[in-house]
Write a protein that binds this ligand. Structure first.
Ligand SMILES: CSCC[C@H](NC=O)C(=O)O
Ligand SMILES: [Zn+2]
Ligand SMILES: [Zn+2]
Length: 432
């Protein structure tokens, strides 16, 4: 390696800022500029690279550092290049300037979710490739930068995980995103909740706004909303009482309400509408009783007896967290999975702390890799950091970012040097 590596922290941070300054927010992410940036980084690191376009205009960049024993299952470091939209006027710093305040906080959309992780992978590789380090991986290390995670990953990680290219990579372990931790420990995720987007609709007799009568669409819907809210509170109480972790309860949040008869000045006020609907984002832990939730929806939240119907997207689709037999897919999260132990050990070695294994409360691309039977661990090295993904004023402190690079150096050393008697992939899965 030719060794003109800028490893000082200023240049590390300025590379991070450059990546953050590329506006890859939906609905029209600038994937081309992100791809160009990543490819230029890859070439400065002498990594092999290829651009995969499973869907035109949505490049997926795959980088490779070939190991000395390339027949061993490889390591895949995955990150998504897209970010969620912003309301720029509600930010204290412009969301795509990556300004650093006096306390070292770097403000940008994607600073936590998850451009940090994508570039930390590369910085860790840069560090390991530095000629002073002289490190050679035994296993091959792949780094993937995928599009569209924030809108479901169908044109990104889903197609990638099903592709011939992916199959031939012989991946043994995937690292993907986790969440920031306000505490001094990092969070590790071994599974994720299943999203269910539920729309309930009520109908009822229309009538004069001054009349009190039963079975209006609004009343029917309100009864459901009250019931949903009671359930929401019961789940939230379990978390508040410390009895369950965030990823272990069913979350329900209302996403929209739609009703009323429009008029030029707003809505007609003296007419009780004949239809009303509400939408909910529901997240179901893979260990939860799905059938009882479905019963609850049919009997309490959208009962036909109250003139109600419902539709739920995502839940029973193939894009879920269950295998073909309906069993939840959980990555082993104790010493039964050597990768888990290696990860924990490597973090500790880098002077990091780890919390209890968790279920990721939202969804991420890791599920597509788990569906292929591959262990996947969610981890974003951000401790002592408020959770600001998808929020205004998303930031990451620069010291925390730099610390994360050291943690990945430690992880890559452990993962890429790990040689064991090959076992069946099932060894790395938890049985219920
Ligand atoms: C169900 S696909 C949407 C994925 C998205 N991921 C991160 O926020 C989420 O809403 O969890
Ligand atoms: Zn993300
Ligand atoms: Zn996100």
């Amino acid at each position: 390696f030719d060794g003109d590596l800028d490893s000082d922290s200023d240049s590390i941070i300025s590379r991070f800022q450059r990546y953050l300054q590329i506006d890859t927010s939906h609905p029209s992410p600038d994937y081309q500029q992100a791809a160009d940036f990543i490819l230029s980084q890859a070439s400065s690191l002498s990594l092999e690279s290829q651009t995969l376009e499973f869907v035109k205009g949505k490049p997926l960049i795959l980088l490779k550092w070939t190991g000395t024993s390339p027949h061993l299952p490889s390591i895949l470091l995955n990150s998504h290049t897209d970010v969620v939209p912003v309301e720029p006027h509600k930010w204290s710093h412009p969301p795509f300037h990556a300004q650093i305040n006096s306390g070292g906080n770097i403000y940008a959309r994607g600073s936590q979710d998850m451009k940090c992780v994508g570039l930390q992978y590369l910085e860790a590789i840069r560090n390991l490739k530095n000629k002073d380090s002289g490190f050679q991986p035994i296993r091959t290390i792949y780094v993937s930068f995928v599009p569209d995670e924030e809108i479901g990953g169908h044109d990104g990680a889903e197609l990638f995980a099903k592709s011939k290219v992916f199959h031939e990579m012989n991946v043994g372990i995937v690292l993907d995103e986790g969440l920031a931790s306000p505490e001094d420990y990092y969070r590790l995720f071994y599974a994720e909740r299943c999203p269910m987007w539920l729309v309930i609709k009520a109908t009822g007799a229309p009538g004069h706004g001054a009349k009190l009568y039963d079975n209006t669409a609004m009343e029917n819907l309100m009864k459901s909303i009250e019931s949903v809210r009671r359930f929401r509170a019961s789940q939230f109480d379990l978390v508040k009482a410390g009895l369950k972790a965030e990823g272990e309860v069913i979350s329900v949040n209302m996403a929209f309400l739609k009703a009323g008869t429009p008029s030029p000045t707003g809505f007609v006020m003296n007419l009780q509408p004949s239809e009303a609907q509400a939408g909910f984002d529901i997240r179901v832990p893979p260990i939860a009783d799905q059938a009882s939730l479905e019963r609850r929806i049919a009997e309490e939240w959208a009962p036909a007896s109250r003139n109600m119907t419902f539709e739920s997207g995502q839940f029973k689709q193939k894009v879920s967290v269950y295998d073909e037999n309906g069993k939840p897919i959980l990555t082993g999260h104790d010493s039964s999975n050597p990768w888990w132990s290696l990860l924990e050990g490597a973090i500790l070695k880098a002077n990091g702390k780890v919390g209890k294994p968790e279920i990721f409360p939202a969804s991420t691309d890791a599920r597509y890799f788990r569906l292929r039977g591959i262990p996947a661990i969610g981890f974003s090295p951000m401790a002592n950091t408020p959770i600001l993904l998808h929020d205004h004023n998303e930031f990451l402190n620069k010291e925390e970012y730099l610390k994360g690079i050291e943690v990945y150096v430690s992880i890559l050393k452990a993962f890429a040097s790990f040689v064991e008697v090959e076992k069946d992939a099932a060894t790395y899965r938890d049985e219920l």
